[in-house]
Ligand binder design. Structure first.
Ligand SMILES: Nc1nc2c(ncn2[C@@H]2O[C@H](COP(=O)(O)OP(=O)(O)OP(=O)(O)O)[C@@H](O)[C@H]2O)c(=O)[nH]1
Ligand SMILES: [Mg+2]
Length: 413
């Protein structure tokens, strides 16, 4: 049983510090760790030796002894030397926010791809840090120039880890290739794609299910939703068919969190590409969280870091059932909804449809009788408004996107 003391450095520019410490406690709980106590320090910057001041280190040590803790968790990612110095002073295991996030991802990963992604991020995080885990061994170094058991072990561990990273990267690359090919195929159909994104636990998967509820007949395809951090790690795409015969693909993706480890972003690159290739992004916001404005900022920073800047975004203010009144500081291009009881989700679908309309032209086509496969394709992907059988062939009035417009332009009357 792990019983921990949380430590946070309150840097002056961080207005969000208190919430961030609460979130750290939630992350710890999600890893089955009991939080005994929280220690914070206000400071302009971290110190070189211990991240916190040496006086604070003493305070942490006292708390460890008094409360009988066996783990210390820092709210920021620590460097290998910070970990080494702190463990030397405190004599118990020291970890950071990144380790917790990686651990939760590891617990939640179900598909082969997600497992590889998490394992890769973990290995990369631990690579420069193996040294800290062997400090007790390396003290046994004997004789000038000769390698003690500690150092030999360290080199061996490093080599194993490096090989592991290469292997994981290779396995992941081949899986990603498969996914890219699938996506290319989808792109060829050029169906309008909408990606759900947002802070973890904001209600993305619940919204996906609500839309499936309203707009599809395949109710057995609901996605997993739950009140926990990082419920979704795998992307899921569903085909949504609106009443007016407009079709779009809706993709549910992994949520973001403050200080998302960069190794994770890197490892989840292929998953995040689903967002960067969407035609429209729905940024889902948990308005019942009093920190939601900072969460919006965090999400926007991650989106920027993965190169999303041109794609139109609709802000979806979710969980309004929990509010007494709608907040005033709301951006335009936004919709208020409650995904859990489908409130206003129809309004959101209308908004999405307006974006689809922008990509559509209404044309009349004359299809020769021997090209029935074109009719079948358009029936599957486009909205046929009118069909007439004439002597020359089938005349249809149809709403087509740019892709079909150029593909079949020879048949346009
Ligand atoms: N009251 C209320 N709760 C909601 C609403 N939408 C979602 N929730 C709850 O919020 C929790 C998280 O929902 P999810 O849909 O799993 O959230 P997510 O954004 O997919 O989260 P991750 O996959 O972890 O990133 C669940 O307990 C939902 O029931 C809402 O409109 N109102
Ligand atoms: Mg989810």
């Amino acid at each position: 049983m792990e019983e921990a003391i949380l430590v946070g450095l309150d840097l002056e520019k961080d207005q969000n510090f208190e919430n961030s410490m609460l979130e750290l406690a939630n992350l710890a709980t999600a890893c089955n760790i009991t939080v005994l106590h929280t220690i914070t320090q206000k400071s302009k910057r971290p110190t070189a030796n211990y991240y916190i001041g040496s006086g604070k280190v003493k305070e942490v040590l006292e708390a460890i002894t008094t409360l009988d803790a066996n783990l210390v968790i820092f709210n920021d990612e620590l460097s290998p030397s910070h970990i080494r110095n702190l463990e030397e002073q405190l004599n118990i295991k020291v970890i950071d926010r990144t380790v917790l996030i990686l651990d939760i991802f590891a617990r939640r990963a179900k598909t082969k791809e997600a497992m590889l992604q998490v394992e890769l991020a973990q290995a990369k995080y631990f690579m420069p840090r193996v040294i800290g885990m062997h400090k007790h061994l390396s003290r046994q170094k004997s004789g000038t120039g000769s390698k003690g058991p500690g150092e030999q072990q360290l080199e061996l561990d490093r080599r194993l880890l490096r090989n592991k990273i290469t292997k994981l990267q290779g396995d992941l690359d081949s899986l990603v290739q498969v996914r890219r090919t699938q996506r290319e195929k989808r792109k060829n159909n050029d169906i309008f794609t909408v990606a759900l994104t947002g802070y973890t636990n904001s209600g993305k998967s619940t919204l996906m299910n609500s839309i499936i509820d309203i707009a599809t007949t395949h109710k057995e395809e609901y996605v997993f939703e739950k009140n926990m951090l990082f419920a979704t790690l795998e992307t899921k795409t569903k085909r949504i068919h609106l009443d007016n015969n407009h079709i779009f693909l809706l993709t549910d993706t992994v949520g973001f969190i403050e200080k998302l480890p960069h190794h994770l972003i890197e490892a989840f690159k292929s998953t995040l590409e689903e967002i960067s290739e969407a035609s429209l992004i729905l940024h889902v916001i948990d308005t019942s969280n009093k920190d939601y404005e900072n969460q919006i900022k965090t999400v926007e920073e991650v989106l920027e870091s993965i190169g999303v800047s041109e794609i139109p975004i609709v802000y979806v203010y979710n969980k309004v059932d929990l509010l007494e009144e709608i907040p005033l500081t709301i951006k335009d291009k936004s919709v208020f909804i409650s995904a859990i009881n489908n409130y206003n989700v129809n309004r959101l679908l209308e908004t999405i449809d307006k974006f689809i309309y922008k990509t559509i032209s209404v044309v009349t086509m004359l299809l020769p009788f021997n090209r029935s496969e074109i009719y079948a394709e358009l029936k599957e992907t486009s909205n046929i408004l009118n069909t007439e059988y004439t002597e020359e062939g089938t005349t249809i009035q149809v709403e087509v996107n740019e892709y079909h417009l150029s593909k079949y332009k020879e048949f346009i009357k």
